[in-house]
Design a protein around this ligand. Structure first.
Ligand SMILES: Cc1cc2nc3c(=O)[nH]c(=O)nc-3n(C[C@H](O)[C@H](O)[C@H](O)COP(=O)(O)OP(=O)(O)OC[C@H]3O[C@@H](n4cnc5c(N)ncnc54)[C@H](O)[C@@H]3O)c2cc1C
Length: 113
């Protein structure tokens, strides 16, 4: 039962609020949706992922993640598993339309960043 405060505004009954566990609907099993699903799984909040693609299939492309994602992965306790599955890039080569090298970025010391 909700009560009112001194100004007459409704004050929700917190006991009822805590009893009602949220259920999250995630639309899209992309990077954002699956990251949210992982976080909800870790905090034991019920969720459902809805994806329009009928099947998951490899796209033949890699995803490059910059060092700024490492703190989040460490916080989510997936960093070590991620590193064991990932391939470390030592350099990036940027080519023109004739596939001639325009420039290279050396990334061997990226871990220090
Ligand atoms: C060619 C390419 C290369 C890239 N390379 C990199 C990279 O190296 N590193 C990097 O960090 N980022 C990269 N990106 C960007 C990265 O892929 C996106 O930033 C990221 O995928 C966005 O995540 P998202 O969850 O918002 O969307 P998405 O990953 O696109 O996921 C959206 C999902 O929602 C689903 N969906 C959409 N509408 C509906 C609906 N109505 N109902 C149900 N499901 C729905 C889609 O099918 C899809 O699975 C690249 C992008 C492209 C196109």
């Amino acid at each position: 039962m909700n009560s009112t405060d001194s100004l007459g505004y409704l004050v929700p009954d917190r006991r009822l609020m805590h009893n009602k566990r949220p259920r999250v609907i995630i639309v899209g099993a992309g990077l954002g949706g699956l990251t949210l699903a992982m976080l909800l799984e870790k905090t034991d909040i019920p969720y459902e992922v809805i994806e329009r693609a009928p099947v998951f299939k490899p796209l033949g492309a890699g995803i490059a993640l910059s060092p700024s994602t490492a703190p989040l992965f460490i916080q989510c306790q997936i960093y070590d598993e991620f590193v064991s599955l990932a391939k470390r890039a030592e350099s990036i080569r940027v080519v023109n339309e004739d596939r001639e090298t325009e420039y290279c970025i050396n990334m061997t010391n990226m871990e220090e960043l």
